[in-house]
Design a protein around this ligand. Structure first.
Ligand code: AHR
Length: 490
């Protein structure tokens, strides 16, 4: 057993944690949209205008704040007009990157209906790589224009008379790779072209530029050439993680995965510095609109499907703890991908759906959404790993945490970043006393445990009763477990 202490100051309040840090990403890839979200109105699977009712209920329960669509790499090869109008008139097209055929049954109006049913904001990623500013502008007109035009008449004909009011628009995806293989400076030229017209058409929208994949230098070159601060509201980065296989990994691979959070933190700090330097007079947010584990089992041929274990869930919790800690800069994050693909929140098989351990972490972390980040200080044991891409050893704490305040509730989430060591954790409120304490724990005997259609609740949160006195709470955080602690202050 190892010992740790987390000191918390309730008066030292930081930024509000945007609910959008708990956002999602759904791409036309494998069985994410088709089968996962959309089964069509004629399906025998329970649905509402073609959308799975079980998936709508699961995401509504999470208060899913925002959903990014239609990709991913799919976005820069997608032509939105293929996905509107009578289903029988829509073309069958080719899903270039994911080597599937695309029926176009799920398009703009279906996506908007999905977001509304779940209670989420839509976030559309535009086609820069193989599209044009005109195509992008017309999509914006179709979605957001309130006046009379041929496109708004088309939207009305398709069942939607009021504008959808889509706020978030991404100007391309991974434009250093599948989105056109631009250099940072060349993408800046494209970005300015697209953003000039989008901003002029609807000044209320928020525009999200693509940031680096391989390393922060690309983002630097983009910012250096993108001199029009008025055209940018957010910049995005993506980060995927893998150590060992999804459900077969050693203790050392468990630790290395958590060590790789240093690489994520390097990305966050690099963008934080770049944005502070290049746009000092305007707050530009960091959007991490694809993140999660991408195990070797997931490849194009199987639609990027992989096991989703307790290790992945605890890792998601540690990642979200990190995002909370940078709430002053991070404005959105979208785990990849909602259903069936990569670090999904649920798997489906025909009419059946099973929630992954990662789903439960999102549900357990809900009270952080919109709360104020609190200052905390953690002392705990550490281990050393070589984080991917950093070229040096770094220390990682046995536990990761984040703390927030909402009214009189102090809320903590804790991830045990070791596969094999229980940590007795003392939480000390430095400037407040405790009225009540409640806790929940997500744990199972092995970090490789998963939920399955036959054992859907193998990894499932249960209530715990931590010891509490005056201003201290003590709990044992078991190896490879995730916990949430809710404290009402007196
Ligand atoms: O999420 C799968 C793919 O990963 C996305 O399409 C792409 O943006 C990223 O490389």
């Amino acid at each position: 057993m190892s010992q740790a202490q987390i000191s918390v100051w309730t008066a030292l309040r930081g930024a509000s944690i945007s609910p959008n840090l708990y956002g999602h990403f759904a791409e036309h890839l494998g069985r994410c949209i088709y089968e996962g979200i959309w089964v069509g109105p004629k399906s025998r699977i329970a649905n509402q205008r073609g959308l799975r009712l079980d998936v709508i209920a699961a995401l509504s329960e999470l208060h899913a704040p925002v959903i990014r669509w239609p990709g991913g790499c799919f976005a820069d090869a997608y032509h939105w007009r293929d996905g509107i109008g009578r289903p029988e008139d829509r073309p069958k097209t080719v899903n270039l990157w994911w080597r599937q055929s695309e029926p176009n049954d799920f398009g703009t109006d279906e996506f908007m209906h999905f977001c509304r049913s779940v209670g989420a904001e839509p976030y559309i990623c535009l086609n820069v790589g193989s599209g044009s500013p005109r195509e992008a502008l017309e999509w914006l007109e179709y979605c957001n224009y309130g006046g009379e035009s041929t496109l708004t008449a088309l939207r009305k004909k398709n069942g939607q008379s009021e504008p959808y009011g889509v706020k978030f628009w991404g100007v391309g995806n991974e434009n250093w790779g599948c989105g056109g293989r631009y250099s940072g400076a060349d993408y800046a030229k494209q970005y300015i072209r697209f953003a000039t017209y989008l901003r002029a058409f609807d000044p209320s929208i928020q525009l999200i530029a693509c940031g680096h994949g391989p390393g922060p230098a690309w983002s630097h070159d983009f910012c250096d050439a993108m001199s029009h601060a008025d055209l940018i509201d957010h910049i995005s980065v993506h980060r995927y993680f893998a150590r060992g296989k999804g459900a077969e990994f050693s203790d050392s691979e468990y630790r290395s995965l958590f060590g790789d959070l240093h690489t994520m933190e390097r990305d966050i700090q690099a963008i934080d510095h770049l944005l502070g330097y290049f746009y000092p007079d305007k707050h530009v947010g960091l959007v991490i609109d694809e993140w999660g584990v991408w195990h070797p089992e997931a490849h194009t041929e199987n639609g990027l499907e992989q096991p989703n274990t307790l290790r992945d869930a605890v890792f998601a919790g540690a990642c979200l703890n990190l995002f909370n800690r940078y709430a002053r800069r991070i404005t959105m994050a979208n785990i990849a991908q909602t259903i069936n693909v990569l670090q999904c929140l649920a798997h489906t098989s025909g009419a059946k759906m099973v929630l992954t351990p990662t789903y439960h972490v999102f549900e357990m972390m809900r009270p952080h959404m919109g709360a104020k980040l609190l200052m905390d200080e953690t002392s705990c044991d550490v281990y050393e790993t070589h984080p991917a891409g950093l070229g040096r050893k770094m220390e990682t704490g046995f536990i990761s945490s984040s703390v927030s305040l909402n009214g009189k509730r102090v809320f903590l989430t804790l991830a045990n970043q070791t596969p094999d060591i229980d940590v007795e954790t003392k939480i000390v409120l430095k400037d407040a006393s405790i009225a009540t304490v409640a806790g929940r724990l997500l744990h199972a005997s092995k970090p490789s445990d998963v939920n399955s259609f036959t054992e859907p609740k193998k990894v499932y949160p249960r209530r715990i009763k931590p010891e509490a006195k005056k201003n201290e709470v003590v709990l044992v955080l078991p190896a490879h477990a995730f916990a949430s602690i809710s404290i009402t202050i007196g």
